[in-house]
Design a protein around this ligand. Structure first.
Ligand code: CTP
Ligand code: MG
Length: 372
């Protein structure tokens, strides 16, 4: 039995209040649409993908999937989700069809498997999760008439069916005045109660702007510079009294370098060597804090800001513990976050290796980025 998936992507995302369709918003480096699409593209259970989209998004969606090998067709959606799904259903040629909201990018392969299995066994499979919150019914929107939880489910997508069955239900639904918000209710009204299968609580539908903001990315960066005489020792923008300093084209602030690499790496933007080449005379002797400000501008242009930084400085000498607070405050001020969100620790390497022999100082940094 072959299976196709209909991706309902023809909405406008009015409630999310972005300029364009919410499915064109990026989460990480890719759009919501691409993330949702890729789950089905990778799935061995899916033979064909049908995307229902609006006329204005058609070309963008086609471009975003131009390198896709799996059979993919685009169908124009309608004014309502029901209309969009119906238009796509008419073109489906497989025995089983799954219907999925483009706005649910966090779907796992396991849920696809649960739906397909349920369709094979029970003719339908609707991804559902038992309600964790109590649901209240209010007639006037002011006081609660009834509360329930036991036996109630949050209904998600995918919703899987035998194609001929769901198509004939949709044909009837298109002639009725009733508004449908999902496919199981169409199926339930015109054929039989749809079968529940196990959903996944992480398979959330992105609806409001706030649903997009908890996208976080982690980055890591590492750097090491040699210690030499006649150089200042600058760590995290703070000058540390010492008889040696770090060698480098810029001020060789190894800590700020590792932090910048972590930030750039979180968005796969390459490293500081790429953005500020050490052959470029413009960066000779430059304060790394100035470069950090440039890095922050780069990620701001991508719609991100730093949520926190955590770094460890590896140095045999000098003793740095009395400077970590000043370093945190300095970096935090540049990043515009609370100093408590810049955690700096230091360690010796017990006399081992380049760092242990006081020939170099190294630094490992992590950061977390969030949508600005
Ligand atoms: N959808 C569709 N055709 C429509 C309306 C919605 O294919 N005419 C799709 C959306 O693109 C979305 C899914 O159905 O992936 C779930 O709908 P919803 O979350 O309501 O998305 P939008 O309708 O785009 O958002 P809003 O209601 O806030 O405008
Ligand atoms: Mg809608």
């Amino acid at each position: 039995m072959k299976t196709s998936v209909i991706l309902a992507c023809a909405g406008k995302g009015v409630r999310a209040e972005f300029k364009d369709n919410k499915l064109l918003q990026k989460i990480g480096n890719i759009t919501v649409f691409e993330k949702t699409f890729s789950v089905f593209e990778k799935s061995n259970l899916i033979d064909e993908i049908i995307v229902a989209c609006s006329k204005e998004d058609l070309e963008v969606f086609k471009t975003l999937t131009k390198n896709v090998v799996k059979k993919t067709t685009f169908v124009l959606g309608g004014k309502t989700r029901t209309e969009s799904v119906y238009n796509a259903l008419k073109t489906a040629e497989t025995d089983i069809v799954l219907i999925h909201d483009g706005a649910r990018p966090f779907l796992q392969e396991q849920t696809i498997e649960n739906c397909v299995k349920s369709v094979k066994e029970f003719s339908s499979g609707i991804a559902c999760c038992p309600c964790v919150d109590t649901l209240a019914y209010s007639e006037d929107g002011k006081t609660i008439n009834k509360s329930v939880r036991q036996g109630f489910y949050n209904v998600q997508t995918p919703q899987g069916f035998l194609k001929d069955e769901i198509l004939s239900c949709y044909e009837k639904a298109m002639k009725s005045d009733k508004t449908y918000t999902d496919d199981a209710s169409v199926y339930g009204d015109f054929l039989r109660p749809a079968h529940i299968c196990e959903g996944d609580s992480s398979n959330k539908k992105l609806t409001y702007k706030s649903d997009f903001s908890n996208d976080v990315l982690v980055g890591t960066g590492f750097d090491l510079h040699r210690l030499v005489t006649d150089r200042k020792l600058i760590l995290g923008g703070v000058e540390i009294p010492h008889d040696k300093g770090l060698l480098g084209h810029s001020d060789a602030d190894v800590l700020t370098h590792a932090v910048m690499d972590a930030i750039l790496s979180a968005l796969s933007l390459g490293d500081i060597g790429k953005h500020f080449p050490d052959k470029d005379p413009a960066y000779k002797g430059i304060s790394s804090i100035v470069l950090l400000k440039k890095v922050l501008k780069i990620i701001k242009n991508q719609g991100y800001k730093v949520r926190n930084v955590s770094a460890v400085i590896m140095a045999e000498k000098p003793k740095l513990s009395t400077f970590t607070e000043k370093i945190s405050t300095t970096i935090a001020e540049v990043i515009h976050i609370d100093a408590k969100r810049v955690g700096i620790t230091c360690t010796t390497l017990e006399g081992v290796g380049l760092v242990g022999r006081e020939e170099a100082i190294a630094c490992q940094a992590y950061c977390m980025l969030e949508k600005a």
